[in-house]
Every structure is written in structure tokens, then in C-alpha cells.
Design a protein around this ligand. Structure first.
Ligand code: SF4
Length: 545
């Protein structure tokens, strides 16, 4: 810890860093112990962990209830290592080698080492970002965050407040790219028999589940809370999770992996609804077909009636189709939802055809294509003399368009987004006036990240963040048996802004000091992530350089 009177001590370029007056310095403060007094009956060879309300007493060589902390030779030790996210272009091998030889200690002092370590890297733009992964937690929350790190980016002095937050208020929104029917909206989703979420809305080609959340963590039985917490931690760590949907399917989801619905791995995300598919491909069918039906659980398209067919001057075909007509060539509810064609329950496409009406254009020899919204299912028919559709070999020109539907489908994936409320007591680890942190985030003075990954901060009150777990470092999530989820969160801002919001300036450490400990591991930044320090240094209202 630095002496607050001396600011942050010398900067790595040798210049002093002005900490400025601490706005809280005049306040009358009670004495705050680094650790509360252990219970008198605690055995002397135990250590007490105070990183969450469970307050484990851990025997030598053992782990606490969450496996995140252990007693190593009488010292409370975080079992995971602090993860430093390497800026793209950083020589990871050289860094690892330098640490292995202990050269990291030279980072702030002597510059280059035999292993290629160049301490001067730290003196300009920070080559690594201190993430919350493995950083540890402070409890109760008024203690400063475990790492408050000073670094520079493009000449701007920055501070990053780093912690592993304990979140009771958190959940996952899972987007599943599939046409298969997963279950009715609002249906309960179960994991290992316990209720852990519910089915949300269907969006374009995807179905959403809302999983976890404080209701399941705290509002049900103890077992429900424990199972929900385990499921959430697994989802966050991108592990496959099997979910049973009441009145629907069993689905296995994992971040950035294809969903498995009732044992079948999904491959294609639909190109569009039935009507959209008609709209996209109508000109390519013209001249090769008399009628096309794109079977869809939501909006089945009929080419000759559809506006796309009208623009192509297609003749009526007298096709009568089941369901409720919405607008010309667009039908709702042609069948029940299921795992068949276009998310319906049908496996025989003619099941939705009521017949052909000669008075409205049906004629022998009429050519009919029926196809699903992914092109995975397709059949070709020709009307016989009694106007009954007879299966026939599909012409090559029609087959090519069916294949093009498939070509235009994206791969099916599960997207797992983590939502957490950071607007509570966690803020006290950043500043002793928490509302200033909330305001600073809203004013875009603070860049919030989770494990270095960019987050979306929801509008309105609080600090509700949403992040794609696939862009966070592997194994970013933990849990404690309260039950609650533990996840990394970082707040990066300019030094001047940290001072202005009443930050814990006396706890700031220089980045090179953190590196010099050698107690870290390097992880690669996700290729799609913006560099968190760039956003932290970005000019928000007014230029404060
Ligand atoms: S559950 Fe984990 S974080 Fe909580 S007190 Fe025990 S060891 Fe510490």
C-alpha cells in the first residue's frame, strides 16, 4: 500500500504522480480493522476467510467452502491466480518466461532482463490489463477493492478498480438459435429437477431463456438455490448445461456452441420466417415453379399469393392451406409447434395442404415446392389429373435454390449473456460515496468491463451490466454457498476522475508493482474486445487531459 501523503509514489517514468486532496480526508472515520477479531474458540492452526458472509474457518492444507480460498501454511490464499489480460501483440511467451525466471521483479526498476522482459513497456502504454479474475473479494464491501491499479494509456494516467463481485442479483439470458420448439413461453426451466428459470420470447430465428436470478437463488428451497447457483456458474464458465423445459424439450446449452435439442445437435439458424424466405428467393424460383410454400411455425409463406409473387406476375394456383390467414400469402398457425418442418410438428408437408381449387387456378401438372425455413426439409410435387399432389424428382434449378436457402443460414449457436447488478454495496470498494460511481458511469467517465470484456450498461437506475461470457477469460465465474455468483468486474477511469468521485487513493498500486509480484497469469484478450484502457482513456464530456 502506498503512503497517501506521497500520492502514488514516483511514476514509472520517474515523474511524481499527484494524488491531490482526498475529499474524504476531513471526514471523521472509525477505526477499521483489516480483519475482524476471530472467534475465541477458533483453533490456532485455522485461518478465517472473510471474503464472503460464510466466514469459513479453514484448517491448514484445506479449502474453504467455495474452493476459492485455502489455508496454505497458515496463510489465507486465493486458489486461483490473478489473470492479467494481455494487449494484442504482447509477446506472451516472453512474459511467461520472464516471470518464470523472476525477472518480473525488474519491471519497475532495471528494465530489460535476460529473458527478454522489458520493464520499459510498463512505462508507456500498459501492455496488460489487471482483470478481476482471481483478484479476490473484499467483504464487507466498505473495504477497498483488492486491486486499485494505476497505469497509463497514450499518456493518460488511469486507475482501474478491480474486484471479484459477489452477486446475488444476477442471471443469464440465453439465446438459442433454433427453429425447434423448446416449450411454451413462461414455462419453467429445470436443471437436475429444480426450477432454475423460464422460457422467454422467441426472436428472429432464436428462442430465449431467462436463467438463474435472485428468485431462484434465494426465494425457493435451499436445494433450488444450490442447483441454480451451480447451473449459473457452469453456464458462465461455458460448460454444457442440460435443461428440461416443462411441456417442451430437453436442451443442452453451452456458450458459443450449437444447441442440442432432444438429443439432436442443431446445425442451421433459419434464413428468415416463411414470408421472408419467399421475399428473398422468389425471383430465383420464377419460371421453375408454379407454387412454393415455405413452412414455418409462425408465418408460413405461399408464393403465388404473396406480394413477391404478385410482383413476378405469378398466376393463382388454387392452393388451400391450413391456418389463419394474416395477409395475402402469409399464414399463421398452420400446425402445432414441434421439432418438424420449420419449427412445426409436421413431418409430412402435405399435412398442411387442404386441397387445390380448380375454380381458382389449380390445374393438372402444376408444380409445387414445399420447403422449410432452413432448407433442411424440401419436397417437390406435381398435381395429377385429380389435382392431387404427387411426389416427383426435384428439378436441378429448384434444388439449387433450396440449397441456397441452406447456404444463407448461419450456424446455430447458444449465446450466453450474463446480467449482474453492480449498483449496490460493491461500489463502496471503489469509493466512499457510491452514487458518484453510478453517476460517473452514466456520464461515460468510467469504462466498466468484466474480465476485460466490454459490457452493456443498462439505462435507468443502478449499474446493471450485461456481458457475453464467450468474450470473458475462461473460468471467470465462481460461487459461494450463500448462494451467490462470483464474477470479475473492473472500473477504469482517468486518475482525475477517480479522485473526483472520492476513490480510495491510498490503496492505489502502480501496475508495475502488481506485475513485479509475479503472482499472476497471462490470458489472451478476446480478438473482438476493445482494449479496456483505450475506452477508459477516451475523452468523455470535455477534454480532461
Ligand atoms: S465460502 Fe469461500 S469466500 Fe466465503 S468465507 Fe468461505 S472460503 Fe471465503
Amino acid at each position: 500500500m502506498n503512503d497517501p501523503a506521497a500520492g502514488f509514489g514516483p511514476r514509472s517514468d520517474g515523474q511524481p504522480v499527484e494524488a491531490g486532496p482526498d475529499p474524504s480526508a476531513d471526514a471523521v472515520r472509525p477505526i477499521v480493522l483489516d480483519h475482524s477479531r476471530p472467534p475465541e474458540k477458533m483453533a490456532t492452526d485455522k485461518v478465517r476467510c472473510e471474503a464472503c458472509p460464510v466466514l469459513c474457518q479453514i484448517s491448514r492444507g484445506k479449502l474453504g467452502a467455495c474452493d476459492r480460498y485455502g489455508n496454505v501454511d497458515g496463510v489465507l490464499t486465493r486458489t486461483d491466480t490473478l489473470a492479467l489480460v494481455a494487449r494484442p501483440g504482447t509477446d506472451l511467451v516472453a512474459w511467461q518466461a520472464a516471470r518464470a525466471t523472476g525477472a518480473g521483479e525488474a519491471a519497475g526498476e532495471s528494465g530489460e532482463s535476460a529473458a527478454g522482459w522489458d520493464g520499459r513497456l510498463v512505462r508507456t502504454d500498459a501492455p496488460v490489463f489487471v482483470s478481476g479474475v482471481g483478484s479476490g473479494t473484499t467483504y464487507p464491501d466498505y473495504k477497498p477493492a483488492p486491486f486499485i491499479v494505476a497505469s497509463q494509456h497514450e499518456g493518460v494516467d488511469l486507475v482501474t478498480v478491480v474486484t471479484e463481485g459477489i452477486f446475488s442479483y444476477c442471471s443469464f439470458k440465453v439465446k438459442i438459435d433454433t427453429d425447434r420448439y423448446l416449450g411454451p413461453e413462461q414455462a419453467t426451466v429445470r436443471h437436475r429437477g429444480e426450477a432454475v428459470g423460464h422460457v422467454s420470447t422467441i426472436e428472429y430465428g432464436s428462442q430465449f431463456l431467462a436463467l438463474g436470478g435472485v428468485h431462484h437463488l434465494t426465494g425457493g428451497s435451499k436445494k433450488e438455490g444450490r442447483i441454480a447457483c451451480e447451473m449459473m456458474m457452469a453456464l458462465g464458465n461455458r460448460a454444457p448445461v442440460e435443461l428440461q423445459i416443462e411441456g417442451g424439450a430437453t436442451v443442452v446449452v453451452a456458450a458459443d456452441r450449437p444447441p442440442v435439442v432432444d438429443g439432436v445437435e442443431e446445425r442451421r439458424m433459419r434464413v428468415g420466417c416463411g414470408s421472408a424466405t419467399i421475399g428473398i428467393f422468389a425471383p430465383q424460383w420464377a419460371g421453375h415453379v408454379d407454387e412454393v410454400v415455405v413452412v414455418d411455425d409462425h408465418i408460413t409463406g405461399v408464393l403465388s399469393e404473396h406480394q413477391a409473387g404478385k410482383f413476378l406476375d405469378m398466376a393463382p394456383t388454387g392452393l388451400r392451406i391450413r391456418g389463419r390467414k394474416s395477409t395475402p400469402g402469409r399464414y399463421f398457425q398452420v400446425a402445432s409447434p414441434g421439432a418438424g418442418w420449420g419449427g412445426t410438428d409436421i413431418t409430412d408437408p402435405l399435412a398442411i395442404v387442404e386441397g387445390f381449387d380448380a375454380a381458382h387456378g389449380a390445374r393438372p401438372g402444376l408444380r409445387l415446392l414445399m420447403v422449410s425455413t432452413t432448407g433442411e426439409d424440401a419436397a417437390w410435387f406435381v398435381l395429377d389429373e385429380q389435382l392431387r399432389p404427387q411426389p416427383a424428382g426435384m428439378p436441378a434449378a429448384v434444388r439449387r435454390v433450396v440449397e441456397r436457402i441452406g447456404e444463407n443460414c448461419e450456424p446455430s449457436l447458444c449465446s450466453v449473456l450474463y446480467v449482474a447488478g453492480a449498483g449496490g454495496s460493491l461500489r463502496a470498494g471503489v469509493t466512499d460515496n457510491p452514487v458518484r460511481l453510478t453517476r460517473s458511469i452514466k456520464e461515460l467517465l468510467v469504462n466498466v468491463t468484466c474480465g476485460g470484456a466490454p459490457v452493456y450498461v443498462w439505462p435507468g437506475g443502478g449499474i446493471t451490466v450485461m456481458v457475453d461470457v464467450a468474450r470473458m477469460p475462461a473460468m471467470s465465474f465462481g460461487s459461494v454457498p450463500t448462494p451467490a455468483i462470483v464474477s470479475p468486474i473492473e472500473f477504469t477511469m482517468r486518475l482525475a476522475d477517480y479522485r473526483a468521485l472520492g476513490g480510495h487513493l491510498d490503496r492505489v498500486r502502480r501496475l508495475d508493482e502488481v506485475i513485479a509480484t509475479g503472482a499472476w497469469r497471462l490470458v489472451e484478450a478476446h480478438a473482438a474486445n476493445p482494449w479496456p484502457l483505450t475506452a477508459g482513456a477516451a475523452s468523455a464530456p470535455g477534454d480532461r487531459r
